[in-house]
Design a protein around this ligand. Structure first.
Ligand code: ZN
Ligand code: ZN
Length: 368
């Protein structure tokens, strides 16, 4: 955690700021270890000289002391943290002067109202400037401990799916299937889910983010299930499409095309290529098979404390993959009124290639 302060401080200094306010809950957690619902961190550009301050309120006095390492100077504020609270607990300027200098904030996370409150509370003693995505950029590369947490979450989610499949799909409603998965994940130790499971049978599968319905799964359908567990704050994310019997040739072909695209794109995950290049690997296969209009989302995304985080693997993904990133590879084909197929794996980029963190088979699988 002290090392994380140093790395963020370097970015703050590079941007020409004196301080950076970190208020987004997941960024705060990554930076300080604190998981309470009300916290603000103040990271100095020069941690050798100025303290890193972590503000919260009375409710979290014990929790913050237990979670945040000693590198953080903890302050319990009685006012709004992003306003009078921060102004009251701001470290005294060097030499006792009146100005706190230039304070950065992330305008993706700080609201217009919060900025106005800060400006009122500081009353001209600080200048506020936006600096976006600096913590997110550090979160891109996972530490060994983070990798192990995500791996454990992925293995737990796999185990929950194996349990579900043992009980079968036919005759259960999509909602029941979602509930079984959820309770299995929780029983196996997940604190919560990465997101509510998507369970979509037959034509409902054409909706990439389908909500499970009170509709029974029938024989002879494809059923797409997208689910993930959250363990120690870290997410997993996986999708499989199962068969509940024979489907028509077109549907079977769609599955084979998605599988081919998924295998090719997953094989291309390694240090070097950008998200755009990887997206193109899968997209080319799907387009060449005649489904250019049916793959309307990106290939994948980073996963960590957040189930969707940087880097993006899509037409807009210009970040080149590096060892330590964890990304999904999840091409799909969706045919309105007919069916949908998506296959998603969670991959760790390693120094020489990549490694899947989940391990359920991807070949066509018949489930009763
Ligand atoms: Zn997913
Ligand atoms: Zn995903």
């Amino acid at each position: 955690m002290a090392e994380r302060i140093e790395r963020l401080a370097a970015k703050v200094a590079e941007a020409g700021l004196d301080w950076l306010i970190v208020s987004a809950p997941l960024n705060l957690r990554w930076l300080t270890g604190f998981t309470g619902s009300n916290g603000v961190a103040l990271c100095p550009a020069d941690p050798g000289h100025n303290p890193a301050v972590l503000l919260t309120d009375f409710r979290y006095t014990e929790q913050v002391a237990a979670q945040a390492p000693s590198a953080w100077q903890i302050a319990i504020a009685s006012n709004d943290l992003l306003g009078a609270g921060l102004a009251e607990h701001f470290p005294v300027p060097d030499g006792g002067g009146d100005s706190f200098g230039t304070v950065g904030y992330d305008d993706k996370h700080l609201t217009v109202a919060q900025l106005a409150a800060l400006e009122t509370a500081f009353d001209g003693r600080a200048t506020f400037e936006p600096l976006n995505g600096s913590v997110e950029a550090l979160r891109l590369i996972k530490s060994d401990a983070e990798v192990e947490k995500i791996r454990a979450a992925a293995q737990l989610a796999d185990a929950a799916m194996i349990e579900l499949l043992e009980g079968g799909l036919i005759g259960r409603t999509e909602l029941e299937v979602a509930l079984i998965l959820e309770s299995a994940m929780r029983r196996l130790g997940a604190q919560e889910l990465s997101f509510p499971p998507i369970v979509a049978a037959g034509a409902h599968g054409a909706l990439p983010h389908a909500e499970p319905r009170e509709v029974e799964i029938e024989q002879g359908q494809m059923v797409t299930i997208d689910w993930g567990a959250k363990l120690d704050g870290y997410c997993s994310d996986c999708t499989r499409t199962y068969f509940t019997g024979e489907v028509d040739d077109q549907q079977a072909r769609i599955y084979d095309v998605v599988l081919e695209a998924q295998l090719a794109a997953a094989a291309a995950v390694m240090p070097g290529p950008t998200g755009r290049e990887l997206d193109l690997v899968a997209r080319t296969i799907i387009e060449d098979a005649g489904f250019a209009e049916n793959f309307g989302h990106g290939l994948g995304h980073g996963v960590g404390l957040d189930v969707h985080e940087a880097p993006r693997l899509s037409r807009h993904g210009d970040t080149a993959l590096e060892a330590g990133m964890i990304v999904t590879v999840e091409p799909g084909i969706y045919v309105a009124g007919e069916c949908g197929v998506r296959i998603e794996d969670l991959l760790l980029v390693t120094a020489d290639h990549s490694e899947a963190l989940n391990s359920l088979p991807k070949e066509r699988q018949l489930v009763s």
